[in-house]
Design a binder for this molecule. Structure first.
Ligand code: NDP
Length: 296
């Protein structure tokens, strides 16, 4: 068997198109465009490509964007002051803070200052609490993107044995909660694994749908995968490769070639889950905008 590839790039582009159409309707009705603000601390390669991606996708969809760029040396107080300004600016609907923060800035203190209504990454305790309670909220972009990817590929998770490997607060744990919700797009039976899971290989090999967010390049080999399973690889890594002009290649947490021979569906890296994260941040910006309009 050779797996069908789940086309994250194509699905994300479709979402950008849908958002652009909604934003156009708003503008045609004389409403302002939704507004996304991003705070980036430092100026390394990752920060630059993050800003570039926000610019490109905002322009593509008609969403207004503002970038608040702080130096690597910014103090905690500088970050909180900028955040308070963003919290209070009625024109800003959605806010993202690029992670990880420099070591001298405590992420928990910064997140505690975020306005949950603008928290499109679902970092705040309020939005995570709503997710836990099964209420609607601004769902975290990567896990939500993963669910959207399956839904739009026609793969139902309802009643399926879903195994999630990785229990981080931004990926694995919220993904498990989203999959287990009492909701037509969810209703999965979920097992959440981590570094202390006994016999991980056996647990994974029982999954109808295997979600991998470990942060270990190509750790999941074909032995972890049941014949015909759906495999969703959330990991992304740059591996040095002197044979390539750019000097590296991208890979996920799954050993793609051999797992693709066993799975029925698989996400590639790049081009699988990755593109869905930015698309879902823009979905959330629109959702935050609509939430604000409702409360006016
Ligand atoms: P974290 O490092 O925060 O979490 C990794 C999780 O994997 C932990 O729960 C850890 O267990 C578990 N783990 C580590 N090693 C093993 C092992 N040998 N066996 C079983 N479980 C293990 O990572 P993130 O969740 O932030 O990210 C995971 C991957 O997803 C990374 O490659 C990251 O780059 C990628 N990512 C991709 C995004 C996208 O947009 N596509 C967005 C965010 C992340 P324990 O808790 O016990 O330590």
């Amino acid at each position: 068997m050779s797996a069908t590839i789940i086309d994250g790039t194509g699905i994300a582009n479709l979402i950008y198109q849908e958002i652009a159409e909604e934003v156009k309707l708003l503008l045609d009705a004389g409403r302002p465009a939704p507004h996304l603000a991003a705070m980036v601390i430092g100026n390394d390669g990752a920060s630059k490509s993050y800003i570039e991606s926000i610019r490109k996708r905002s322009q593509q969809t008609g969403i207004t964007h503002s970038i608040y760029q702080l130096p690597e040396t910014a103090k905690k107080e500088d970050v909180i002051e900028t955040l308070r300004f963003i919290n209070q600016d009625a024109e800003i609907d959605g806010f993202i803070l690029q992670m990880p923060l420099p070591k001298h800035i405590p992420a928990d203190e910064i997140i505690a200052c975020m306005n949950p209504d603008k928290d499109i990454d679902c970092f705040t305790a309020i939005n995570n609490g709503k997710l836990f309670l099964g209420e609607d909220t601004l769902f975290p972009a990567t896990p939500w993107g993963t669910i959207e990817l399956l839904k739009r590929s026609g793969i139902s998770v309802s009643g399926q044995n879903c195994v999630v490997v990785g229990r981080s607060n931004i990926v694995g744990k919220p993904l498990a909660l989203l999959l287990a919700r009492n909701h037509p797009d969810a209703n999965a039976t979920v097992t959440l694994c981590h570094s202390r899971t006994r016999d991980l290989q056996r647990v994974c090999a029982e999954a109808d749908i295997l979600f991998v967010a470990i942060g270990k390049p190509e750790m999941i080999t074909h032995e972890y995968v049941k014949e015909g399973a759906v495999v969703i690889d959330i990991g992304i890594h740059r591996l040095p490769d002197a044979t390539l002009e750019k000097g590296y290649r991208l890979c996920g947490d799954v050993k793609y070639d051999e797992v693709a021979e066993r799975a029925s569906w698989i996400t590639p890296v790049p081009g699988g889950v990755g593109p869905m994260t930015m698309a879902c941040l823009l979905i959330n910006t629109l959702k935050a905008y609509k939430g604000k309009e409702k409360n006016l």
